[in-house]
Design a binder for this molecule. Sequence first.
Ligand SMILES: Nc1nc2c(c(=O)[nH]1)N[C@H]1C(S)=C(S)[C@@H](COP(=O)(O)OP(=O)(O)OC[C@H]3O[C@@H](n4cnc5c(=O)[nH]c(N)nc54)[C@H](O)[C@@H]3O)O[C@H]1N2
Ligand SMILES: Nc1nc2c(c(=O)[nH]1)N[C@H]1C(S)=C(S)[C@@H](COP(=O)(O)OP(=O)(O)OC[C@H]3O[C@@H](n4cnc5c(=O)[nH]c(N)nc54)[C@H](O)[C@@H]3O)O[C@H]1N2
Ligand code: SF4
Ligand SMILES: [Mo]
Length: 644
Amino acid sequence: MAELRTTVCNRDCPDACAIVATVEGERVVALAGDRTHPVTRGFLCHRTHKFLARQYHPERITEPRLRRGGALEPVSWDEALDFAARRLGDIRSRLGPAAIFHYRSGGTLGMLPAAVSDRFFELFGPVTVKRGDICSGAGDAAQELDFGVCDSSDLDDLAHARHILLWGKNPFVSSPHLVPRLREARAAGAHLALVDPVHHRTASLCERHVQPRPGGDFALALAVGERLFARALCHPDAARYCEGLEGFRALCQSRSLAAWCELADVAPEDAEDLARRFGEGPTTILVGWGMGRRRNGGAIVRALDALALVSGNVGVPGSGASFYYRRRRAFVSPARGLAARTLCEPLFGREITEAKDPPVAGVWITAANPVCMLPDSHATAAALAGRELVVVADAFLTDTAALAHLVLPTPTLLEADDLCGAYGHHHIGVARPVVAPPPGVKSDLEIFQALAQRFGFGAELAGSARAWKERLLAPELAAHGVDLATLERGAVRNPLAPQVLFEGRRFPTPSGRARLMTEVPGTGGGLAQPPDHDYPLVLMSLSTPSSQSSQWVGRPPSPVELSVHPDAAAGLADGAPAALVSRSGAMRVRVRHDARQRRDVALVPKGGHLRDGACANALVRAETTDLGEGGALYDEPVRLEPLG
Ligand SMILES: Nc1nc2c(c(=O)[nH]1)N[C@H]1C(S)=C(S)[C@@H](COP(=O)(O)OP(=O)(O)OC[C@H]3O[C@@H](n4cnc5c(=O)[nH]c(N)nc54)[C@H](O)[C@@H]3O)O[C@H]1N2
Ligand SMILES: Nc1nc2c(c(=O)[nH]1)N[C@H]1C(S)=C(S)[C@@H](COP(=O)(O)OP(=O)(O)OC[C@H]3O[C@@H](n4cnc5c(=O)[nH]c(N)nc54)[C@H](O)[C@@H]3O)O[C@H]1N2
Ligand code: SF4
Ligand SMILES: [Mo]
């Protein structure tokens, strides 16, 4: 008899959906979205709706694998954990705990693996950990500077917006549960505009699509700022609740409208139109995460924050510059942020190879596929191949796991036992296994508990998954009547989250005022990088519906499809095979003509695998962003060449 069981999706996605699984004889046979969840509303994205193909994939690893004579061979858990403990202990006694690097990324956004792995390595070390953030470093840092915190008003507050600006955002692919909200807002009279160098489906929801040059957004934003000042569209109290108004005005007025627009490669009329939309608020800017992956991403997000602030579109219903929802706000962690040393995440390969006193001898990888997902894939792979110990906890033999000495199999999202927040709304929920993991699989919690036992601090990490959930819930929730039992009955809106962020225009900064940018971070003046005549296209490797980063629902693409304007295809016909070449690598692609794209962009899917010759990051050099040590993932100049 079929039974329905619910859980929460733990993927690195803004939506944190409630999933309803149909289970027959302990096998999941169908997945659907929970109709009762106010954000999920009964549907899942393509990649999770089709997740059973991954859940029951023949290549899933269901027992630990240890490298012996070159091959990764199945071993028992005792053998695997004894090996890990012996080698970690040996590196620590010879070189100190800083010689071990714990790298964790977004394979799961659940709180348990994060809290437990981080705490384990603090008690064992502290060890070396990452600094910066490949996903959103530049944008997070910009918003913390401007507002004192990076958060958003309630998702329902969008209904109060007169204008919604989707600034570098493609919800159809990346946050599908935003789409019905946008449709409803539009039906109720809101005006939507998209600013994105790339043409994509979201343009169909918008009455205007401005297509600046990649990274031209800072210049575009200052053009809009110039108009706000010229047309007296600034809020009369802006000087009261913002620091730096005169400095920001001077920045906007440091070039003419025409000069800014030329730098952004947009028509002055576009800037006029956007300024009008800010003036006619309430206006919400939904700031896309993609902007954080530009060399000048910090400058861009700071400029967008400033437009929202000076035009009065912060702290009132229907307004805001929303980049992120504080998904951990309802949770606490026993990890204290201790580190022996930090390495910059986007420079992973170089940082590991060059680290000294002590060198990095061992790397432990939790919920991440850095070879595929961090820039300069070959340097990342070489850095890992040169270590004496690499341990990867994952459910699949990824490009990264294939280089490990030890691979420890972990549960899938349908087997997770966890607490989840979202970065696209304020609901929180609990994940509960809808089926048990295969017998040879252990959760990150169980792995670190078993290791902690071997190192004599087992008591610190002891407890069932449920006991850990209790431990990780913020104590303030109780005063609002929310406890674990409440969450187990269904997702709950985090009562600690604001309805309208910064209400009363008070900000958690030292002065209580927001900070407008008065100077430009980084070295390029905030501008897009100048065109490179030898490599005339900018490589943009973006999210696609069929994958979650490197986790595909079907076969990963190979060769990858490259979309390009027909005039920029180097004479190659639609459908032709070609080489996509950057200054640091090349890959085989199939050319797709798309006349809606700009002539300076080359679009490929993110997450193609290195072993298939389909990984964009093999062409992308490792460089940090102007703020926050993000990765400049979308700035690599490339060209197309016929296959020789
Ligand atoms: N299907 C699917 N969904 C995903 C993911 C996935 O891999 N697949 N990944 C998840 C992850 S890890 C994250 S962080 C989130 C967010 O993942 P993202 O994919 O970053 O989400 P968006 O912000 O919707 O999309 C990025 C948009 O930014 C635009 N962009 C890039 N550069 C610029 C620029 O210079 N200016 C402007 N104006 N726009 C620019 C791109 O054209 C693109 O449309 O989504 C998650 N959702
Ligand atoms: N070129 C290019 N590169 C990019 C991006 C881009 O747009 N273009 N996007 C960037 C962004 S936004 C991000 S967030 C990063 C994502 O980078 P990663 O987080 O490294 O990406 P994933 O491919 O999702 O790898 C996560 C791995 O975790 C595993 N996993 C899942 N659940 C668990 C679990 O419970 N425990 C453990 N131990 N493992 C688990 C999965 O099987 C998967 O192999 O990539 C970045 N890289
Ligand atoms: S990946 Fe995102 S949209 Fe898809 S089911 Fe999970 S939370 Fe929902
Ligand atoms: Mo991300």
